[in-house]
Ligand binder design. Structure first.
Ligand SMILES: [Ca+2]
Ligand SMILES: [Ca+2]
Length: 425
């Protein structure tokens, strides 16, 4: 069992606690007073140190970092001015006066870096980086320029025609150009003025002198003093241009013209062994010469392009009427060839009779564009009389008949196939 303490004992204990507390309070207040006194002494000493000097002048003022102080006088009534370096702005008093109390008016100013990014100068999602007296932009993909104002840089992919490039050693079948169409300019400062220049083939367009844009020569020099820049196609490239040609042609060494590829000479043809490869402007033809199969006569191939009639049997009266020989010739010409123009000549090497007669067989296109005329006693010629717009293929048959006393001795057929190209080069 716990016994309750007596009333006397309780009062004695409380008195002891009260005394302890009041002693503690007194000691605490005493130390506070001592501390305040020390602080006051320090404060008054500090005030005297900063505001006044002993020789009747204000204390020398500090020059702010990244700034300048104008004025050296420290006597009462004189002013000191403050300036900041470019890229910094003054925060605080622009000028301070040395007062009669030998203290300076106002607060000591500081020079703080100006935030050029505050006006959000970077466009199109660019990130602004503040630098002293300037800023720079980190542009998002697809944008360039000082403030990311220019679209691009895009990249031109130039593919040369594979069929046209195979025989050209200088150009690989796939030439991929990764030169940008927009490049930075080179700027120099001359007597305070900025001069910006571009690499050849580039120019400064618009107000932005920091970027150079590719010159589109195809557009700009479409018709030059020397005629067309390119005879066929013009391909603008970053920093330059190149001429292009249709399939079946190569660009000539001068870079302006187009030259037909001889597929027959370079084995770039798919003609079979029993076919003849005929090179044409812009392509080639595989031709096969077959001898005619007619009832009254038989023929033998005496050369790849010539069939001769076999000797007629004595009882076949119609056989001698059939052509003695059929020769094939192939011509390749460009479209819209000027006329009149001799295309082919047929001659009799050893005429047997007293007369040679030349004529054009057939109808249609051949009759519209060709005629046959005698050029001398033994020679007839196939003449183009009007230009042909290609692409086209015209077959003309020239017949030469030998007569003696108006009796036909022999007939010779010459089949001339003319391949006319699509282009006029
Ligand atoms: Ca160009
Ligand atoms: Ca060709």
């Amino acid at each position: 069992m716990i016994e309750c303490p007596s009333r006397m004992e309780m009062q004695s204990s409380l008195k002891q606690v009260q005394k302890l507390l009041s002693d503690q309070e007194a000691a605490y207040l005493q130390s506070l007073r001592t501390l305040r006194k020390k602080l006051n002494v320090l404060q008054s000493a500090a005030t005297k140190e900063t505001a006044k000097s002993n020789d009747g002048t204000c204390l020398k003022l500090e020059t702010p970092a990244n700034g300048r102080k104008l004025g050296k006088a420290q006597t009462p009534g004189h002013e000191v001015h403050f300036l900041c370096d470019p890229g910094y702005e003054l925060v605080g008093a622009e000028s301070r006066v040395c007062q009669e109390s030998l203290t300076w008016s106002g607060q000591q100013p500081t020079c703080q870096n100006i935030d050029e990014c505050a006006s959000s100068p970077c466009l199109n999602g660019g990130t602004c980086v503040d630098e002293v007296n300037q800023f720079s932009c980190i542009c998002t993909k697809g944008w360039a320029g000082v403030t990311c104002q220019s679209p691009l840089p895009t990249f031109f992919v130039t593919m040369t025609n594979t069929s046209a490039a195979t025989s050209s050693a200088a150009v690989s079948p796939h030439t991929v150009s990764l030169v940008p169409a927009v490049r930075p300019s080179r700027c120099t400062q001359v007597q305070g003025t900025t001069h910006c220049t571009c690499a050849p083939g580039y120019t400064i367009s618009g107000h932005d002198t920091s970027t150079c844009t590719d010159i589109d020569e195809c557009e700009l020099f479409h018709m030059g003093q020397a005629g067309r820049l390119c005879l066929h196609g013009c391909v603008n490239t970053p920093g330059g241009y190149r001429c292009s040609c249709p399939a079946g042609y190569n660009v000539t060494p001068d870079g302006r013209n187009c030259k037909d590829i001889d597929e027959c000479a370079t084995r770039q043809n798919n003609c079979t062994r029993d076919q003849l490869c005929i090179n044409t402007y812009g392509g080639f033809q595989c031709v096969r010469v077959d001898c005619p199969r007619i009832r009254n006569a038989t023929y033998s191939k005496t050369s790849p392009l010539r069939c001769e009639r076999n000797p007629c049997s004595v009882d076949n009266k119609l056989c001698p009427q059939a052509p003695n020989s059929i020769s094939h010739h192939h011509l390749s010409v460009v479209s819209n060839l000027s006329a009149p123009r001799t295309m082919f000549r047929v001659s009799a090497l050893r005429p047997m009779g007293d007369t040679l007669r030349f004529s054009l067989l057939g109808r249609g296109l051949a009759r519209r564009h060709f005629t046959v005329q005698r050029s001398d006693r033994q020679t007839g010629e196939l003449v183009l009389v009007s230009p042909v717009q290609g692409p086209a293929t015209i077959e003309a048959e020239v017949e030469m008949t030998e007569l003696d006393k108006r009796v036909q001795l022999a007939r010779y057929i010459t089949k001339v196939t003319v391949f006319i190209s699509q282009y006029e080069f």
